[in-house]
Design a protein around this ligand. Structure first.
Ligand SMILES: Nc1ncnc2c1ncn2[C@@H]1O[C@H](COP(=O)(O)OP(=O)(O)O)[C@@H](O)[C@H]1O
Ligand code: SF4
Ligand SMILES: [Mg+2]
Length: 291
């Protein structure tokens, strides 16, 4: 597809985006805000140098109760770091995080422990994240023990329910993680994350070890008669130690123009609930800043 043809498809894409934004607004109406992140920054020091890895550099979003937010991006762009900052598994360099109205970065001690009960994480690597010496029963039931929930038989019943919920046979609860496939181990991690009925689950690539092809084929196609041209990005992701000037994406963006190397676009709300950081998106120039 030539650049010209791609430009011609913009109004169509905009109409579709507007329709999706409307559907999203309807679904969001009246729901309470659960998470609010503003200006989140996480820089990691580089050993033996004054440089820093700009893993996350000014991220803003919110999640309503019952809503799912997907962070999509290439490997190394900072998705896991955002998730770990949310749960305070690592300390952000700057920014604001609120959860159910509480200032997450101001909590400590017992308040932080209570918060951790309401937020759970499912890790990307099901091999490294399950204790190989514990039986599945103890892995899934551990959060209940830590928070003193239920008697021993009640916990056992809850573990059986959780295993059923994620599609595993409760009879497996006396086995060890190594007796399971990668996909099954990920299900064990999911059962554990669900144990305390958390309000928020951060799922760090939780399906990477599940049956990926079947999952991909299950993604609905809005209109099967239309084919989507795949845009393949060229070149490597720039180093987060010394990111490009202007829009960080300009070295690889198929839509870049010379201004993109000078202007670092901030996040702006171009229509209700739809924010973008790109100087070429119609409406961006006039839109209010959202960060
Ligand atoms: N503990 C750390 N120390 C130093 N650099 C890190 C650390 N964790 C992540 N990074 C760097 O931060 C960037 C973002 O990483 P990450 O959040 O894991 O990306 P993603 O999950 O999108 O693949 C990468 O350049 C990575 O190397
Ligand atoms: S500002 Fe928009 S068009 Fe320019 S490089 Fe960034 S994403 Fe591409
Ligand atoms: Mg990651």
């Amino acid at each position: 597809m030539s650049t010209n043809e791609r430009m011609q498809s913009v109004p169509e894409a905009e109409a579709q985006a507007a329709k999706m934004a409307d559907a999203r607004d309807d679904a969001r109406a009246g729901r309470e805000e659960l998470v609010r992140v503003r200006g989140l920054v996480k820089h990691f020091p580089v050993t033996g140098s004054d440089d820093v890895v700009r893993a996350v550099d000014g991220v803003a979003f919110e999640i309503l109760r019952g809503e799912t937010l997907g962070l999509v991006g290439e490997s190394g762009c900072g998705k896991s770091t955002v998730g770990r900052c949310l749960l305070r598994l690592i300390e952000p360099t700057r920014g604001e995080i609120s959860f159910a109205g509480q200032d997450v970065l101001a909590l400590s001690g017992g308040d932080l422990r209570r918060l951790r009960r309401e937020m759970q994480i499912i890790f990307q690597d099901p091999y490294a994240s399950l204790n190989p010496r514990l039986k599945v029963r103890d892995i899934v039931g551990e959060p209940l023990v830590i928070h003193g929930i239920g008697s021993k038989p009640e916990r056992r019943e809850r573990v059986a329910d959780l295993l059923k919920k994620v599609g595993l046979d409760p009879d497996y609860m006396n086995r060890y993680p190594h007796e399971f496939s990668g996909g099954q181990r990920q299900r064990i991690g999911i059962a554990r994350a669900l144990a305390l009925n958390p309000k928020l689950i951060v799922a760090d690539e939780p399906v990477s070890a599940l049956y990926t092809r079947a999952l991909l084929s299950a993604i609905p196609i809005p209109d099967p008669t239309r084919r989507r041209e795949r845009i393949v990005l060229k070149g490597d992701v720039p180093t987060p130690i010394n990111p490009p000037t202007g829009c960080r994406f300009h070295t690889r963006c198929p839509e870049a123009i010379p201004e993109c190397s000078r202007i670092d676009p901030d996040l702006r709300e171009i229509s209700p609930g739809h924010t973008v950081a790109c100087i070429r998106v119609p409406g961006w120039t006039q839109a209010p800043t959202n960060a």
